[in-house]
Design a binder for this molecule. Structure first.
Ligand SMILES: Cc1ncc(COP(=O)(O)O)c(C=O)c1O
Length: 623
């Protein structure tokens, strides 16, 4: 191990022994010169062995050679000893927090003696090849979704149950949860032959109730909300003498979750490891992992990740105290916690390096990233770590372009895979971070939306809606997958500028929630001139199917516009479903004299089609 001497300016000498940070060698020198951005003149390193042989006073430094590069102090972290600070300079990575002795002593011991492997697996730390290739970093997933209950939760639950006294064992346990904790407690109790009652709110989906029952838990459905269910659990504690197994705010639970970190560090022993991204709900896993990492390998950063609409730990750390949220979003339901734990907060405040919050769309994108690399479907909370990692990498790339060629090793905990199947549709719709939504005003004349389409082509159009409004203009609602620029960024801006310079009036709808959830399915309602009330020819409505493949929609549009002199497209709706056939709804205004050529055009087209003029939806909503 080496030590170093650092000259902040000519009069101040700091000594670093890598354990206590930088110490001001002459305490009489004012520390005010120690400022962020202060230039560092010289750093002299030598081995600890040599330093041990030297006698006090500390040897005078050799004359400082001219600086090789401009070093500046970028971070100053106080250490609770007089005249000691941690300094980080421009060529160093920011220091990680050191483990406070109380955590080191209490939790290191607790984690190392935690009993989890009777039920839990030492899960693989798997290289995510696709994500590693895309980001240029070494990306590893800690596969906690492969545990017997498909989440890490049984580690903490089992450790807690295994440490009950004989009296507590006889009285049984109770837990209140509609999620992964419930399954963890149920399986652990069955293994230890304990009586476990799990209280769940009455509206809990059957799939979750059945899973707990399958693991041997006795389920009590009580109350409409989590709080009401919890009241019932507390009643069972006071009336039946059962022990409440807390999902996160219990040292034994925290220690159980901390065993994840022992496996990661064992696996990465002697190998690079820069940051571990940990999803955070109540903070049990984050506190457990941070406690172990900061005791054993404190240089490794531990970053907590929360959903934007359920960021209880982020808010509490900002406020400096446990701060209940008024409400929490439920998308990442496994980690939707209104009040984080007191003990978990105490540990996280001390040891966690940073918190990152992510949006619902970012979580969906992370589920897709995980699927691409593992072929497993994570639940939203289970993908938080990956979502946070993506954001961290993107932010670093943006804020410090000089780190572009840096190759770091990042670990994300994939904490659970209890995905509600019905949610997959929503997830897959929102997972595509490259999808851009726009509305475009185009002139109402034959071939104009085909012209617009050719500006987007060859990018993949994922939805395309058009509804004839009047004789001059029409709005197109469309979404497309952006391509990549030469430096790996997105080419959305290029496309939008191109449309703009070609005279299209474009509105970017990518952050418009209404557009994404509803607008993409609407075709624009009734048209004033297609119902026979004006001179416009009557509208004919058809549903087409064509083999879906790249460029298929373009071919369809090209063909449709071939005979366009004789008819006018008045409605168009296409949505990419990833299925084998593309489905399009088309309305055309065909005058009587063109009806025959339209019919032969339909036959020549070679696509399956069906007339929908009699369809009740058409008659009620579009005609
Ligand atoms: C899949 C998953 N990830 C993360 C969490 C958050 O864990 P903690 O409450 O320990 O922060 C949970 C909590 O149940 C979970 O089920």
């Amino acid at each position: 191990m080496s030590a170093s001497v650092i000259y902040v300016d000519r009069s101040i000498v700091w000594f670093n022994d890598r354990r206590y940070g930088y110490r001001l060698l002459d305490p009489r020198t004012p520390t005010t010169s120690l400022a962020l951005g202060a230039p560092i003149k010289f750093i002299f390193s030598f081995s600890r062995a040599r330093r041990a042989r030297r006698t006090k006073p500390f040897p005078l430094p050799p004359p400082a050679p001219p600086p090789r590069e401009k070093l500046r102090i970028v971070e100053i972290t106080p250490y609770p000893l007089p005249h000691f600070f941690f300094l980080t300079h421009t060529t160093m990575r920011p220091t990680s927090r050191l483990c406070k002795p109380w955590v080191r002593n209490e939790y290191l011991q607790r984690i190392l003696s935690a009993r989890v492997y009777d039920v839990a697996l030492d899960t693989p730390l798997m290289k995510a090849n696709t994500m590693s290739q895309r980001t240029g970093h070494e990306i590893l997933f800690k596969r906690e979704d492969l545990q017997p209950v498909f989440s890490f939760k049984l580690r903490g639950a089992y450790n807690c149950l295994a440490n009950l006294t004989e009296t507590q064992r006889q009285a049984g346990v109770v837990a209140c949860s509609a999620g992964n904790h419930a399954q963890g407690v149920a399986l652990s109790a069955t293994k230890l032959q304990l009586d476990a009652t799990i209280v769940m709110p009455t509206g809990t989906p059957n799939i979750k109730v059945d899973a707990v029952r399958a693991h041997g838990g006795h389920v009590v459905l009580h109350g409409d909300t989590y709080d009401e269910a919890q009241e019932e659990a507390l009643r069972l504690v006071s009336e039946e003498g059962r022990t409440l197994i807390h999902p996160f705010d219990d040292p034994l639970v925290i220690a159980g979750q901390g065993t994840i970190a022992t496996e990661i560090l064992k696996e990465r022993n002697g190998k690079p490891l820069d940051v571990i991204f940990v999803c955070c709900g109540g903070g049990g896993m984050l506190a457990g992992i941070a406690s172990y990492v900061k005791s054993v390998r404190p240089q490794v950063k531990v970053i907590g990740v929360e959903a934007e609409d359920a960021a209880g730990m982020t808010e509490s750390l900002r406020q400096g105290k446990v701060t209940p949220l008024d409400s929490v979003g439920l998308f990442a339901d496994g980690a939707s916690v209104r009040v984080v734990g007191t003990e978990t907060f105490r540990i996280c405040e001390e040891l966690v390096d940073e918190m990152i919050t992510v949006s619902t769309d970012e979580i969906c994108a992370a589920i897709k990233v995980a699927f691409n690399d593992t072929r497993s479907v994570l639940e939203p909370a289970g993908a938080l770590g990956i979502a946070g990692m993506e954001k961290y990498i993107a932010q670093r790339k943006e804020s410090s372009p000089n780190t572009r060629n840096e190759q770091n090793t990042y670990v994300a905990i994939t904490s659970g895979a209890n995905m509600d199947f019905d949610r997959l549709r929503f997830v897959s719709e929102r997972a595509d971070a490259t999808e851009t939504f726009v509305s475009v005003l185009i002139p109402e004349r034959p071939g104009s939306f085909q012209e617009l389409y050719s500006k987007i082509y060859p990018r993949n159009v994922t939805s395309f809606s058009y509804r004839y409004k009047d004789d001059t203009d029409a709005y197109i609602f469309m979404s497309f997958q952006s391509g990549k620029t030469f430096d790996g960024g997105s080419d959305v801006e290029e496309v939008l500028e191109d449309l703009d310079s070609n005279g299209y009036i474009v509105t970017d709808l990518s952050t418009n929630e209404m557009a994404k959830v509803h607008g993409r399915y609407l075709c624009g309602g009734r048209s004033t001139s297609t119902g026979g009330s004006t001179n416009a020819p009557e509208e004919l409505l058809y549903r087409f199917e064509f083999p879906e493949r790249p460029g298929a929609l373009k071919k369809f549009l090209d063909t449709l516009s071939q005979g366009s002199a004789g008819w006018n497209v008045s409605l168009f709706h296409y949505r990419y479903h990833g299925a084998d056939v593309g489905r399009v709804l088309v309305g055309v205004q065909v005058s009587d004299e063109w009806r025959e050529s339209w019919n032969s055009f339909l036959e020549d087209l070679g696509y399956n089609y069906e007339s929908e003029n009699a369809n009740v939806v058409y008659r009620q909503f579009l005609k």
